[in-house]
Every structure is written in structure tokens, then in C-alpha cells.
Design a protein around this ligand. Structure first.
Ligand code: SAH
Length: 360
């Protein structure tokens, strides 16, 4: 079983090479891709336009992995949180945020995360492992069986740019005409600011980039996002300036508003100065509170003032309303079943299973 290649983990170029290695025609790769990603095939037997001999060969040498949700929680606002159990027992979460005609799926790229941002729940757990290409793509495939997905954001668990090879391959599958057929404007990769990897992402694929800035001074960012000690603000913002985006597209700057920490008028002024020559739109995210973390969300008044200041300076600003809060599906609240990995007694238990509706 172990020697079987997971066909869902191959880009189309890799699948072509795999087939050429068997003495098969290159164009078979496109046929197989369509079966996998457009018709949701789960066995080679279904691929009736492939020669029987090829189907048999594939059955012996390859497998088609899938993910099926172990649990699905549906929020009062329609947000759907999926828990996927992986082959090795780890689990990850994906969140579908419904909006009329433009559902957004927030996917995970790692089990846990090594970034250790002070305000983020996932960051309080260490990195367990990278997700494979197939595990990233299969989150989308699984949810699409339930509901149509219009946008994909890599804003679930993990730092996508710390798992760059698998993320790039997954993006190639998502973007391919014979694959999941997403348009480049409908996929956003979000990073805490891994500068060399931002460069490589930009050279490898065309997608939208979101950068989690969250602070306007190195002093604060060093503290709340340790990655800043490696790539400080000037270096990070330079990388933003260099990031290749087609046409008039803008980089999304994410800014988690932490009450009394980064929400003053001075912060807003510094933010304007830092972004003055970067084509950007600002995504304000009022901090989603979670147990065991002392940060608080600012009052609505403070949020409104911050938002308005940026608007007055002619920035495009969105204050992200918290969705799925009642099922812990809001930004920064994903954790999979990571708490099970911690030594007993350590860490607080946060409810997940109580309101879980098992999928049958
Ligand atoms: N590692 C990537 C993607 C995952 S985090 C990144 O850092 O961008 C996705 C977004 O959620 C980031 O902008 C992060 O700053 C934000 N976030 C994390 N915890 C949060 C919380 N408790 N409340 C609000 N936003 C949070």
C-alpha cells in the first residue's frame, strides 16, 4: 500500500511524467485530472475513457485519496466548520463562510503552526507536521461535494509559506483548467511574513497575497509575531512592494485589532505611513477572544474610529465581521483536535465536541 502513489498529490506536469514513465500518452493526464477534480471520481474504474489496461495499471500502482469530514458544525449564521481526520490520526479544520453567491472556504496548510504568534490559538500549539498536497486539495474537494466554493483563502491552521512546495503544487491543481478551475483572483494565500518564500510564491504562481501585519512598530511586532525578529517591517514591506500582482490588484494587509495594544490613533497613522506606497487594501480583524489568551477586542467605538481614519486617508478598508463565533470557527480559533496532543492537564479544554453534529 505504501508504495502506491497518491494521484491527488501530483500536479498535472508530475502526472504527465508518471504516465510517460509507464509508456502512456501525455494527454491522459488531462483526462485523469478532469475525472478527479471535475467529476469527483474516487476510483480508476470510473474513468471509462481510459483504456482498460491503463485503468488496471493505475489500480495497481496508484491510489486516489479523499477526505471526508469526521464532524461538521453549522453556526447560526450558516458558517460551516469541517473537521477532517488524516491518515495518521492528526486532524485539521476548514471553514466555509457562506455569502450569497460567493462562498469562501478557509483551508489549513499545516497541523499546528511554528509561528507562535502570541494572539493566535493555533500558534499556542507547536507544529506537528506539514499537510501533503493531497490533504490541502482534498479539503476543497470534500467541501465542494456539499456546497459550491467560490473563493479559497489559506487562512486556516498553519503558515502556508512554511509548507511552500506542497502549497504551490496544491495551487497549481486548484488553478488548472483541467483541475479545480479556480481563477487566480479567487485564491488568497495569507502569510505571517516569510520573506524569501513570498518571493518564491510570486515567481511560481499567480494568486492574491495577504500579509498579516498586525503591528506598526518592530518593537510590538517582535513581541506578538516572533517571525518579525527574522524579517522586520522594512524587509517585509519591501517584499510586499516586489510581489508580482497582475493589473491593478492589491495586496491584502491583515491587521488584527488588539484592544489597548495596537488600536490607537498613532497606530493608525503609522499604518498609513507604512502602506503609503504599497498598493494594498486593509482587512481589520477585531481580535477573536479565546480562552487562555489575555488579549481583548477593542470596543466598537475604537474599531470604528480606526476604520474611519484609514478610510479618510483613501484606503480600501474592510472590518471583518466575526462569523461562526458560536462554533469557534472565527479567525484564529481553529485548532483541530490539537489539544489532545498536549500532555494531560496542560492547556485548557475548549469545547468542540458538545455541539458537534456527526456527519452520517
Ligand atoms: N499563518 C498565516 C495564515 C493563518 S492566520 C498568517 O499568519 O497569515 C489567518 C489570520 O488570522 C491572520 O491574519 C492572523 O493574524 C489572524 N488571527 C489569528 N488569531 C486571531 C484571533 N484570535 N483573532 C483574530 N484574528 C486572528
Amino acid at each position: 500500500m505504501d508504495t502506491m502513489i497518491d494521484i491527488k498529490g501530483l500536479s498535472i506536469d508530475e502526472l504527465e511524467r508518471f504516465l510517460l514513465g509507464k509508456g502512456k500518452e501525455r494527454y491522459r493526464a488531462r483526462q485523469i485530472f478532469k475525472w478527479l477534480y471535475q467529476r469527483g471520481a474516487t476510483s480508476f474504474a470510473e474513468m471509462t475513457d481510459l483504456a482498460k489496461e491503463l485503468r488496471r495499471d493505475l489500480e495497481e500502482t496508484a491510489r486516489i485519496s479523499t477526505l471526508s469530514p469526521e464532524a461538521l458544525e453549522i453556526s447560526r449564521d450558516g458558517t460551516r466548520k469541517y473537521l477532517f481526520r488524516l491518515d495518521d490520526g492528526c486532524s485539521v479544520e476548514s471553514v466555509l463562510i457562506p455569502e450569497e453567491d460567493r462562498n469562501t472556504l478557509c483551508i489549513s496548510s499545516q497541523v499546528g503552526c511554528a509561528m507562535a504568534c502570541e494572539f493566535c490559538l493555533t500558534g499556542t500549539f507547536r507544529l506537528t507536521r506539514n499537510l501533503t498536497t493531497a490533504e490541502i486539495v482534498n479539503q476543497v474537494c470534500a467541501v465542494q461535494k456539499d456546497v459550491p466554493v467560490r473563493n479559497i483563502v489559506f487562512m486556516g491552521m498553519g503558515e502556508p509559506l512554511a509548507n511552500l512546495d506542497n502549497v504551490i503544487r496544491a495551487l497549481q491543481i486548484m488553478l488548472h483548467d483541467d483541475g479545480l478551475q479556480f481563477s487566480t483572483r479567487r485564491i488568497t494565500v495569507s502569510t505571517a511574513g516569510l520573506v524569501p518564500e513570498m518571493e518564491r510564491l510570486g515567481q511560481s504562481v499567480t494568486v492574491n497575497l495577504a500579509v498579516s501585519l498586525n503591528a506598526t512598530t518592530d518593537e510590538l511586532r517582535d513581541r506578538i509575531m516572533p517571525i518579525n525578529r527574522k524579517y522586520p517591517l522594512t524587509v517585509l514591506l519591501d517584499a510586499c512592494r516586489r510581489f508580482p500582482l497582475p493589473g491593478r490588484r492589491k495586496i491584502t494587509i491583515e491587521y488584527v485589532l488588539l484592544g489597548g495594544v495596537n488600536d490607537t490613533l498613532d497606530d493608525a497613522k503609522r499604518l498609513v505611513r507604512l502602506l503609503s506606497d504599497i498598493p494594498s487594501k486593509i482587512n481589520l480583524i477585531p481580535f477573536n477572544e479565546h480562552e487562555g489568551c489575555s488579549f481583548r477586542s477593542p470596543s466598537q467605538d475604537v474599531i470604528d474610529h480606526f476604520h474611519k481614519y484609514l478610510l479618510d486617508k483613501h484606503f480600501t478598508v474592510i472590518t471583518r465581521s466575526s462569523r461562526g463565533a458560536d462554533i469557534s470557527a472565527a479567525c484564529g480559533q481553529l485548532k483541530g483536535k490539537l489539544d489532545a496532543l498536549k500532555p494531560s492537564g496542560a492547556g485548557k479544554q475548549i469545547e468542540v465536541s458538545d455541539s458537534t453534529n456527526e456527519v452520517t
